[in-house]
Design a protein around this ligand. Structure first.
Ligand SMILES: [Zn+2]
Length: 312
C-alpha cells in the first residue's frame, strides 16, 4: 500500500451542527457472533455535501443506505454525504455490535439565474456522447489503495499565494435562461474558481490519476482517486500535465486553467464524487465554503461562468 506522508487525524471537524452517535446493538451482541469493536469517527463534515471517515476493524464491510464499502487495511473507510442527503444516516458495520448514527446538517442552496445565453451557448438538454459517459463512469469506479482521503485537502488554485474565491458554488440551484426565458433548472455540483487561462492547478491531496482526457462538454479534464472511491475532478483545462496511472502528491501540478468544453469564461470547475453521491469538494479542506446570503461570491457577474454536462 502506498502510504501518505502527511496524515491529519484531527478527530473532529464538525460543521453546521452535525452530530454522531454510536448505538450499541445489544440484542445482536448478545448472540455472541458479533465483535464488539466500537467504530470511531476520525474526520467529518456532517453536512449535505460533506463526508465522514470512520475507523473500524481492518477490512470491515459497512453500509450506509444502499451503498456498501470496505474499510482499508488499517480500518479506515470514507463515506460521502450527498448534496440531497436526509437529516439522518445510519452506518451499519457487519459483524459489529454497534451502529453509527450520523445527524446530517441541512444546507441552504442559493438560486442563481444564468442569463445571457443563446441556443448555441446554452447547455444542451440531450445526453453527452456515450463514449464520454463511459469514460467518466469507468474513472468513478476506480478504487486506488491510497489514504489521500485522510489528508486535509488544499485548494487547487492559488493566485499570488491567495485563493481567488468562487463564482459558482457547490449546490447552487441554477436556472438557465435562454434568450430571456427560463429554459432548464439544475443544481450545480462544482465549485467554480475564477482564474486566468494558464493558472496552474495543483493536486489537493495524494491521489492516482484515473482520467486525463478531452471530453465534449467538460473540455480537458483530470480525475483523481484519493482512495476509498473518493474522486475529485478538474474541468475545462487548457493543458493537462499528468497521465492516467500517475501518482500525485499534494501540490503537484495537474495542468492549467482554461475554458475548453462548454464554458463562457476561464475558470476551474472543481468537483467531488463518492459512488453516486455528489460532494462539496471544499468540505474536504476541513471547512465547507459557504456563500454569504445574497452575496455574489468572487464579485463576478453570475453569468460569467457556467458549465453543463453534469458528471453522471
Ligand atoms: Zn462548474
Amino acid at each position: 500500500m502506498k502510504r501518505v506522508d502527511e496524515v491529519m487525524r484531527e478527530g473532529s471537524l464538525a460543521i453546521f451542527g452535525g452530530a454522531a452517535l454510536v448505538v450499541a446493538l445489544t440484542a445482536a451482541a448478545a448472540n455472541g457472533e458479533m465483535e464488539t469493536g466500537v467504530p470511531v469517527l476520525e474526520r467529518q463534515a456532517l453536512t449535505q455535501g460533506g463526508f465522514a471517515v470512520v475507523r473500524a476493524e481492518p477490512g470491515a464491510t459497512m453500509s450506509v443506505g444502499s451503498v456498501s464499502t470496505t474499510a482499508d487495511a488499517e480500518g479506515f473507510a470514507f463515506l460521502g454525504i450527498d448534496r440531497n442527503a436526509p437529516s439522518r444516516l445510519v452506518v451499519s458495520i457487519r459483524k459489529s455490535a454497534h451502529q453509527l448514527v450520523l445527524e446530517i446538517g441541512a444546507r441552504q442552496w442559493r438560486q442563481r439565474i444564468v442569463s445571457g445565453l443563446t441556443k448555441s451557448t446554452a447547455p444542451p438538454p440531450a445526453a453527452p456522447p456515450k463514449t464520454d459517459g463511459d469514460k467518466k463512469v469507468a474513472a468513478l469506479r476506480s478504487r486506488a489503495d491510497l489514504q489521500g482521503f485522510l489528508e486535509a485537502f488544499a485548494y487547487p488554485i492559488a493566485i499570488n499565494g491567495k485563493f481567488p474565491g468562487f463564482t459558482g458554488m457547490f449546490g447552487d440551484e441554477r436556472v438557465y435562461k435562454i434568450s430571456g426565458k427560463p429554459d432548464r433548472k439544475s443544481p450545480h455540483y462544482g465549485a467554480d474558481i475564477p482564474a486566468p487561462v494558464g493558472t496552474p492547478i495543483i493536486a489537493p491531496a495524494t491521489a492516482k490519476v484515473v482520467l486525463a482526457d478531452e471530453l465534449n462538454l467538460e473540455g480537458k479534464v483530470v480525475f483523481l482517486d484519493h482512495g476509498q472511491g473518493l474522486i475529485t475532478m478538474y474541468l475545462h483545462l487548457s493543458r493537462i500535465d499528468v497521465k492516467v496511472g500517475d501518482y500525485v502528491a499534494k501540490g503537484d501540478v495537474l495542468g492549467l486553467v482554461g475554458m475548453t468544453g462548454r464554458t463562457n469564461g476561464p475558470h476551474l470547475c472543481w468537483r467531488a464524487k463518492w459512488r453516486d453521491k455528489n460532494l462539496d469538494p471544499t468540505c474536504l479542506t476541513g471547512q465547507c465554503a459557504q456563500a454569504e446570503p445574497g452575496a455574489r461570491a468572487g464579485g463576478a457577474p453570475e453569468n460569467d461562468f457556467y458549465d453543463a454536462g453534469e458528471i453522471p
